[in-house]
Design a protein around this ligand. Structure first.
Ligand SMILES: NC(=O)c1ccc[n+]([C@@H]2O[C@H](COP(=O)([O-])OP(=O)(O)OC[C@H]3O[C@@H](n4cnc5c(N)ncnc54)[C@H](O)[C@@H]3O)[C@@H](O)[C@H]2O)c1
Length: 248
């Protein structure tokens, strides 16, 4: 999919990995709708749609902002997500179900909600010469593969994102809509900024090479490649400097 002249919905585009991707898209001539709980339009070809990805109505409204303002929706980048740290057996008792459900609701069900509504709009696009009508990039995490102690809810939600990527790619293939996922390691975003500098530094040192946190622009660069490389479909790509997370 060519970025220039195409329109992209970026969930979680108000911060971190999503914000860097939205910037990359507009810098390359794309139109962007940022679908986030918070944020603001940041440029000429950018709109902001206040969206809760767990909510059907506001997510549908974000899709309609894209089709209404720019004529069609060609790409969806799913970056909205939340993280918590909680053990199955914590100091205050067993993991509460409320916070477990909330993480799955936002990270997994929210991602699916955006996919189904975006795909419904994309299926009506005029195909490109190669028959392509849309592209979807999901954000999983290395925690889907080696979740740490305290990451049970987050890992479960991201494992779901990994598992649904292939079946959705298979199903949407008949409309020429591709689906892939990025599984980032540790990236320097506001989600990570909550940790003390010392902890961030120590996390960075655990990355074999390069021994530092990832930059949001590096995530944006891979999402650009996925958007532009038509052969990439149904795959989950780790972007992690070879880190394999330890149990704790
Ligand atoms: N930063 C990392 O190290 C890292 C690693 C692996 C995966 N990820 C994943 O990458 C994605 C982006 O993370 P980030 O680091 O940029 O975090 P971030 O906190 O900077 O950005 C996440 C954005 O999602 C938005 N959001 C949260 N809940 C939402 C909802 N219900 N509806 C709409 N928007 C919502 C937030 O408002 C925020 O703007 C997340 O899915 C995260 O799990 C991040």
């Amino acid at each position: 999919m060519q970025i220039s002249g195409s329109t992209f919905l970026v969930t979680g585009g108000g911060s971190g990995l999503g914000a860097a991707t939205a910037r990359m898209l507009t810098e390359n001539g794309g139109n962007v709708v940022i679908a986030d709980l918070k944020g603001e339009p940041t440029g000429k070809n950018v709109r902001f749609a206040k969206t809760d990805v767990t909510d059907e109505k506001s997510t549908q409204a974000a899709v309609e902002t894209a089709t209404g303002e720019f004529g069609a929706l060609h790409g969806l980048i799913n970056c909205a997500g939340i993280a918590i740290g909680k053990r199955v057996l914590g100091k205050e008792g067993p993991h509460d179900l409320g916070s477990f459900s909330k993480v799955v609701q936002v990270n997994l069900i929210g991602t699916f909600n955006a996919i189904r509504l975006a795909a419904a709009a994309m299926q009506h696009n005029d195909p490109t010469g190669d028959g392509e009508r849309g592209v979807i990039v999901n954000t999983a995490s290395v925690a889907a593969f080696e979740g740490q102690i305290g990451q049970v809810a987050y890992s479960a939600s991201k494992g779901g994102v990994v598992s649904m990527t292939l079946p959705i790619a298979r199903e949407l293939a008949r409309w020429g809509i591709r689906v892939a996922a990025i599984a980032p390691g540790i990236f320097d975003t506001p989600m990570m900024a909550g940790l003390p500098e010392e902890a961030r530094e120590s996390l960075g040192k655990q990355v074999p090479f390069p021994s530092r946190l990832g930059k949001p622009e590096e995530y944006a660069s891979l999402s650009r490649h996925i958007i532009e490389n038509e052969m990439l479909n149904g795959e989950v790509i780790r972007l992690d400097g070879a880190i394999r997370m330890a149990p704790r």
